[in-house]
Ligand binder design. Structure first.
Ligand code: AP5
Length: 259
């Protein structure tokens, strides 16, 4: 069964990326298995605007993990004009979910790269039960499992304001908000000093409504999925950004305690 799944993944990767990228994609299979087995895999669950990206960037510094955002990976594929990116573009602009096949191929390729060796924080993945099951299979093949899934709990009504005011530094991706998080010096990124800021094309009130609907129908069931595996933790994400970070840190520290 595992060999069959591997063959399907290989053929998918070749279709999407071409043969040489697909070879790189399978390089993970050659990494040291015991080294891989100890890498934490944390999941941040939450609707658009919950603060997954904002917090993941802080947590990666704190815990030496790498943030892996499927939204960012898909936007990079769109910008590169790859076949996967061309297929994803219209779906993302409309606020729907990109197909599991494309998302899984992109994620797996990213997970095969050496910089994620210390563990990852998954931001925006998984988003469907199919993706969650595929992640479990992928990790199990390496003797691993999800370390914990943290649900960032928020009110839908507040999410439109958060998303409509959001912008990021074009240079380094640091996130800001018109009201909730402004750079210390207007127009200058605190993190890299860049002066070019950008807004996402899917951050409109209409698209946010569709994205929230997709979250409730496709992604919210993952809360029960991880609760059923005893991996779910809930954090109130309606507070100020620093307060949410503090709660997330103590939740993650709790995961590190011996059972
Ligand atoms: P993606 O990029 O993942 O977007 P999203 O899940 O909609 O999440 P956002 O990035 O909008 O919000 P966030 O929770 O990261 O909030 P942020 O920290 O920025 O996905 C985009 C699209 O790609 C999807 O719609 C889909 O089409 C596709 N896609 C991606 N992954 C996929 C997958 N696995 N399967 C299928 N399709 C996929 O915060 C928002 C704003 O609020 C910021 O300005 C921030 O400064 C501010 N803020 C944050 N926290 C607080 C706080 N506590 N108080 C006040 N303001 C705050």
């Amino acid at each position: 069964m595992q060999k069959y799944a591997e063959a399907v993944c290989r053929s998918l990767a070749i279709t999407i990326y071409g043969r040489s990228a697909a070879q790189h994609y399978f390089a993970a299979g050659e990494r040291n298995m015991s080294e891989i087995a100890n890498q934490p895999v944390l999941i941040l669950l939450g609707p658009p605007g919950a603060g997954k990206g904002t917090q993941a960037r802080r947590l990666e510094e704190r815990f030496g993990l790498v943030q892996l955002s499927t939204g960012d990976l898909l936007r990079a594929a769109v910008a590169a004009g790859s076949p996967a990116g061309r297929e994803a573009k219209a779906v993302m602009e409309a606020g729907g979910l990109v197909s599991d096949e494309i998302v899984l191929a992109i994620l797996r390729e990213r997970l095969s790269q050496p910089d994620v060796a210390g563990g990852v924080i998954l931001d925006g993945f998984p988003r469907t039960t199919g993706q969650a099951e595929a992640l479990d299979t992928l990790l199990a093949a390496e003797g691993r499992r999800v370390t914990g899934a943290i649900s960032m709990e928020v009110d839908d009504a507040a999410m439109v304001a958060r998303i409509a005011g959001r912008y990021t530094c074009a240079g380094c991706g640091e996130g800001y908000h018109d009201s909730f998080k402004q750079p210390k010096r207007a127009g200058i990124c605190d993190a890299c000093g860049g002066t070019e800021m950008k807004r996402r094309p899917d951050d409109t009130a209409e698209t946010v409504a569709v994205r929230l609907e997709a979250y409730h129908s496709e992604t919210a069931p993952l809360i029960s999925y991880y609760a059923g595996q005893n991996l779910l933790h809930r954090v109130d994400a309606m507070g100020e950004i620093d307060a949410v970070t503090t709660d997330l840190i103590s939740t993650i520290e709790g995961l590190r305690q011996p059972a």
